[in-house]
Write a protein that binds this ligand. Structure first.
Ligand SMILES: [Mg+2]
Length: 249
C-alpha cells in the first residue's frame, strides 16, 4: 500500500537519487517482452520446442547464470539440438536486441525530472551493475541529460551497500539527511540508503512490489513526488506544482 510521510520535514533535501530499473522505466516488463520475442523468433528459426517449453528452459538458465551472463541463448539452443544452432541463436539475439533497443521511460518520468531540476534539486542516478550497461539504458531512455551525476557500483564489490550511499553523499558534499533515495528494491534501494542516514521513497513497482520494507514513504508511481516534497517541506521553499502538472499526469 502507498504510504505518506509522517512527522518529517523534507525542506533540508538538496539532492534526489534514482534507481534505474523499475524506477525510471518498466524494466521487468521490457525484459519479459524481449525474452518472449526472442523465443518466438528462435522457434520460427528452427528451435524444435514450443514457445512455452523454451521459455521455461530459458528462465532456468537466466536464474542459474544471472542476467549479466552473455550466452543464455547459446545454452538454450544446446538443450534442444536444432538443425542449425547458429541461425537460431542469431534470430534470438536479433529479436531480443530489437525489443531492448525500444525501451522507454514511464510516461511521467521526464516531466517529473525536469520539474525537480527547475526547483533546484541535484539529481543523480544510484545504480548497481555494469557501468556501460547502465549508461546504455539511460541514453536509450533519453534521460541522461536530466542527471547531474551518475553513480554505478559494481555487483562484484558490495553493490548498493550503506558505504556506497555514504560515498555518494561525500561526493555530493552533502549530509546524508539532505538526500532522498527513490527506488523499487527494498534490499538495494531502501534499507542500505536508510542505514546511511538518507530519506527513502519506495516505488511499489515490478517484482519487489509486495515485499515489506520501511521507507519514509511509498508511491505507486513517481508522479506525486514533487507534490509530496512540497507538502512536507516546512519552509515551503518551493511552490506546489501547478494544477496542470498534476492533472496532465
Ligand atoms: Mg530497480
Amino acid at each position: 500500500m502507498p504510504s505518506s510521510p509522517r512527522n518529517v520535514d523534507f525542506s533540508s533535501i538538496k539532492a534526489i537519487l534514482f534507481d534505474i530499473d523499475d524506477t525510471l522505466f518498466p524494466s521487468s516488463e521490457f525484459s519479459r517482452l524481449a525474452r518472449h520475442n526472442a523465443i518466438r523468433a528462435m522457434v520460427q528459426a528452427g528451435l524444435p520446442a514450443t514457445p512455452a517449453r523454451a521459455g521455461r528452459e530459458l528462465e532456468k538458465i537466466v536464474k542459474a547464470r544471472g542476467s549479466n551472463y552473455g550466452n543464455h541463448f547459446g545454452l538454450l539452443v544446446r538443450r534442444f539440438h536444432p538443425h542449425n544452432p547458429q541461425r537460431v541463436v542469431a534470430a534470438g539475439v536479433a529479436a531480443y536486441h530489437n525489443t531492448k533497443s525500444s525501451i522507454s521511460p514511464y510516461p511521467q518520468t521526464a516531466r517529473l525530472l525536469l520539474a525537480l531540476r527547475e526547483r533546484g534539486f541535484i539529481l543523480a542516478v544510484a545504480s548497481e551493475g555494469v557501468a556501460l550497461k547502465q549508461w546504455d539504458k539511460l541514453i536509450r531512455l533519453g534521460l541522461d541529460p536530466f542527471f547531474h551525476h551518475v553513480f554505478v557500483t559494481s555487483t562484484n564489490k558490495d553493490g548498493k551497500s550503506p558505504a556506497f550511499y555514504r560515498q555518494i553523499a561525500r561526493r555530493l558534499r552533502l549530509h546524508p539527511s539532505q538526500i532522498l533515495m527513490m527506488g523499487d528494491n527494498p534490499a538495494k534501494d531502501i534499507v542500505p540508503a536508510a542505514a546511511a542516514g538518507m530519506h527513502t521513497g519506495r516505488l511499489l513497482l515490478g517484482k519487489h512490489a509486495r515485499e515489506r520494507a520501511k521507507a519514509s514513504f511509498s508511491l505507486r508511481s513517481l508522479s506525486p513526488l514533487l507534490w509530496i516534497l512540497s507538502k512536507h517541506s516546512k519552509t515551503g521553499k518551493f511552490p506546489p506544482p501547478s494544477a496542470s502538472f498534476l492533472e496532465s499526469h
